[in-house]
Design a binder for this molecule. Structure first.
Ligand code: SF4
Length: 327
């Protein structure tokens, strides 16, 4: 591993300045992804800015919603009574992520910025447009069983690996960020970029811009939300397909719906076509089947990952039936 400078500032301004001043600086939070990428030679920063001393951890009830500090550990998010009671999809998603040991270290901010698990991205000797722009995509003609069926491009078909990000998308969460010149509130729905011709750019964040909090607004649909993840083994595994749904059902009619998918696209994927089917409908088997089909209407599977199309339908059928139970 190449030598690097390690710094541990204790205030936000200093952390941002240190990161912005070095174009090859990397922020370090829980380290559960970044340390592996450093050891594998996928990341080679000249400066590591450890942000763990910053006072941006903890869950606060604010304006009827929640503000979750970016350094809050995933285990603390899942344990919080307000998360479990009022935003159950997030608690489910966090508990489906990684292992208890990793959840004790991983942070909510870091979870949003996890890098893809594409094996070629994590192997520095293979061509990969995301890791080394312009070198090609090894997955398109190689191993792509776990790759995207929605939102990919001819440059990259990797999937985003985060479970919490899928739930946060369905819950209309907003990311608060801070840079040296501005502070921003970015809806999770706007945070992520599709790969297009620049798969190395994954989010709207600028170099050195720090996520300081994730805010969950009070909505009519958060309490009736859930998350389901299907994976190849029962724990410590990334999603083949996952889904978060949140519903506002009154008098048997769905007033508002949010449907988000994981494991199928380069970003947490909002299934707006499924939401349109649900909105204004009664929660019947026919409605669920129509919504589940609508979610994959635009899917473009490849030879090895066509199974994900039917898997999305089945996962959505189950999670919608669960969230919709009770009228
Ligand atoms: Fe790299 Fe994306 Fe292709 Fe994977 S799918 S090899 S991350 S360019």
């Amino acid at each position: 591993m190449a030598p690097l400078e390690y710094l541990r500032p204790s205030d936000e301004g200093a952390a941002i300045a240190l990161a912005e001043a070095d174009g090859r600086a990397c922020l370090l939070a829980g380290g559960t992804d970044v340390v592996g990428l450093l050891k594998d030679g996928v990341l080679a920063p000249s400066r590591l800015v450890d942000i763990n001393a910053l006072p941006i951890a903890g869950v606060e009830i604010r304006d009827g919603g929640l503000s979750i500090g970016a350094l809050t550990r995933l285990s603390d998010v899942a344990d919080h009574p307000a998360v479990r009671g009022r935003f159950p999809a997030l608690a489910h998603a966090v508990l489906a992520a990684a292992s208890p040991q990793l959840r004790n270290m991983a942070t909510v901010g870091g979870s949003l910025l996890q890098r893809t698990r594409c094996g070629y991205f994590r192997d520095p000797v293979t061509p990969c447009n995301k890791r080394a722009p312009g070198t090609g995509c090894s997955a398109i003609d190689g191993e792509h069983r776990l790759h995207a069926i929605l939102g990919g491009s001819d440059r990259c078909i990797a999937v985003h690996p985060s479970d919490p990000a899928v739930a946060l998308l369905a819950l209309d969460a907003v990311v608060r960020t801070r840079g040296s010149r501005k502070e921003r509130a970015i809806p999770v729905d706007d945070l992520y970029l599709l790969p297009g011709s620049t798969p190395e750019r994954e989010t709207l964040l600028e170099h050195g811009e720090l996520i300081v909090a994730v805010e969950l607004p009070a909505t009519s649909f958060a309490a009736r939300s859930c998350y389901l993840k299907v994976r190849e083994r029962a724990s410590f595994e990334f999603a083949l397909v996952s889904a978060a749904v949140a519903l506002d059902v009154r008098g048997g009619v769905i007033r508002t719906a949010r449907v988000a998918l994981g494991g199928v696209a380069p970003r947490p994927w909002r299934a707006r076509a499924a939401e349109a089917v649900l909105r204004g409908s009664r929660m019947t088997e026919a409605t669920i089947a129509a919504a589940a089909s609508a979610a994959v209407r635009d899917a473009r599977p490849r030879e090895q990952n066509a199974f994900k199309v039917e898997l999305v339908r089945r996962v959505l059928t189950r999670v919608l039936a669960t969230a919709g139970a009770g009228g």
